[in-house]
Design a protein around this ligand. Structure first.
Ligand code: AMP
Length: 191
């Protein structure tokens, strides 16, 4: 069983590529952003809390996010591998994920990090704003905040996996098909 962390800044293409990888490999896809948005839509208490952070481009606190992710993963006892999208976003989340998987006799097989230039990210997010309906895509100041938070708090998560020899940088520029082929080949190469 392979468990993958799909990593990269906002607008890197994690959601788009996750859908293709799910089709190809049969992973269960867990996107913390998607789960938060479902909670906002369902007007749950968690949704109200998450929205107050998301609308400002800030991270939802670790304790809430980790608990939610673990509950979601536990909802798929028969999963033949997970693709974690948008999680972990802090080193504390990465450590919690390691402990959680270890408790199940599992581990992360590899982190695939989509590398995309910042100007391209801004262009993609502005374009996505036209169709996503996401408040956090519509405001350039919030987009910039998300990129800044990524650089300050999330980028260091790569070092966590580098230390474990599990980091794989993937060129995230070019066509969706070409990027998918790079990810697919990298996953095929994982033990
Ligand atoms: P995303 O859909 O991955 O772009 O996430 C949208 C927003 O949800 C982020 O800007 C954060 O506010 C929040 N979020 C998603 N995943 C996490 C996470 N792992 N930790 C903290 N906040 C998160």
């Amino acid at each position: 069983m392979r468990n993958i962390v799909l990593f990269g800044p906002p607008g890197a293409g994690k959601g788009t590529q996750s859908a293709l990888l799910v089709d190809h490999f049969g992973f269960v896809h867990l996107s913390t952003g998607d789960i938060f948005r479902a909670n906002i839509k369902g007007q749950t208490e968690l949704g109200t809390l998450a929205k107050s952070y998301m609308d400002q481009g800030q991270l939802v606190p670790d304790d809430v996010t980790i608990r939610m992710l673990e509950d979601s993963a536990n909802g798929h006892p028969d999963a033949n591998g997970f693709i974690f999208d948008g999680f972990p976003r802090t080193t504390a989340q990465a450590e919690a994920l390691d402990r959680f998987l270890e408790g199940k006799g599992q581990s992360i097989s590899g982190m695939l990090a989509l590398e995309v230039e910042e100007d391209e990210l801004r262009d993609r997010l502005a374009k996505r704003a036209e169709t996503s309906g996401r408040a956090d895509d519509a405001d350039p100041a919030v987009i910039q905040k998300r990129i800044d938070v990524y650089n300050a708090e999330t980028a260091p998560v790569a070092e966590h996996y580098q230390g474990q020899g599990k980091y794989h940088g993937i060129a995230g520029m070019g066509s969706i098909e070409d990027i998918f082929a790079r990810l697919r080949d990298a996953i095929d190469g994982l033990a």
